[in-house]
Design a protein around this ligand. Structure first.
Ligand code: GLU
Length: 292
């Protein structure tokens, strides 16, 4: 008798929950314009009504955003973006991913080419002058990639002798930081627009090293373990944020809430385990969201 009553209560609860989750009308699997309601005039409402979204990410960074045979980018940034899109009530197949190299990230947010950027994007004050960041959702650190048989580069100080060339990407924080270590920027620092070009230059012997965040370099090592290794320890902290329009505080709050929910419900960890987590970097504990 008692067991029956408990079961009936559980069934009723499931039914009630199911209806709430679907929001009644045309919801299907929790997506669709009718499945969520957002404040009138908000970016969330606009995107939910449009049922599509444009996201800026990298296409050449294994583990974070890399376009593979599927034709769609894959990686931790892509998974984090999908978590946000799901919370907006937009189906995953309505995401348009736009390749967004480091130096254009602020531009594409400011001019509205994309709705948000998830692209190994370090939160810093200079960038905050033009755009806003939700997050952080991960903390990386700058490191150095060398050929596996290299014994002369052991950390950033190895560039101080003025002889070794190091490659990085225009508009990135590592490209700026490494200038503090080299003797002659003009001859030692080589800049491209994407990291895969730096990797190819290292493999081809045009440069002696590549510098950027450890997790990007670990992705390249995972794809070509016979050729590359890290030289030394991380020497900066690179907290990753989601870039949104500077004035759009409501959207930033929404992304922050979504990230906190993902930290708590396991979807953040799953996103990591399915992607960059396979390449040897640690996820660590969930960072504290900075609602500045
Ligand atoms: N996290 C650094 C940055 O935002 C380096 C990685 C990148 O260029 O995407 O500049």
């Amino acid at each position: 008798m008692r067991i029956k009553r408990v079961a009936a209560l559980a069934a009723a609860a499931t039914l009630a929950f199911g209806l709430t989750a679907c929001g009644g009308d045309d919801a299907g699997e929790g997506t669709g314009a009718g499945s969520k309601s957002f404040a009138a005039g908000s970016t969330m409402e606009k995107l939910n009504k449009a049922q599509k979204i444009k996201i800026g990410t990298k296409f050449d960074q294994p583990g974070f955003g890399q376009k593979g045979l599927s034709g769609k980018p894959e990686g931790f940034d892509v998974e984090i973006a999908k978590i946000i899109v799901k919370e907006l009530g937009i189906p995953e197949d309505k995401i348009e991913f736009v390749e967004t190299p480091s130096k254009v990230r602020e531009d594409v947010i400011v001019n509205g080419t994309v709705d948000l950027v998830a692209a190994t994007y370090t939160i810093n004050d200079k960038r905050k002058e033009r755009i806003a960041f939700a997050g952080p959702y991960y903390e990386a650190g700058q490191n150095i990639l060398v050929k596996k048989d290299n014994t002369t580069i052991t950390g950033p100080d190895s560039f101080k002798d003025g002889t070794k060339k190091v490659c990085s990407v225009t508009g990135s924080t590592p490209a700026e930081k490494i200038k503090e270590y080299v003797k002659d920027v003009a001859t030692q620092v080589v800049l491209f627009d994407t990291y895969d070009k730096c990797r190819d230059a290292l493999k081809g012997g045009q440069v002696d090293a590549v510098t950027t965040d450890n997790v990007i370099l670990l992705g390249y090592i995972a794809k070509d373990e016979a050729s590359f290794k890290l030289a030394g320890e991380n020497f900066t902290k690179e907290p990753y944020g989601i870039g949104v329009k500077k004035e759009d505080t409501a959207f930033r709050d929404f992304v922050n809430d979504t990230l906190e929910k993902a930290f708590a419900d396991g979807s953040w960890k799953k996103a990591w385990d399915d992607t960059a987590g396979k390449f040897g970097a640690e996820l660590g504990t969930a960072p504290t969201i900075n609602r500045y």
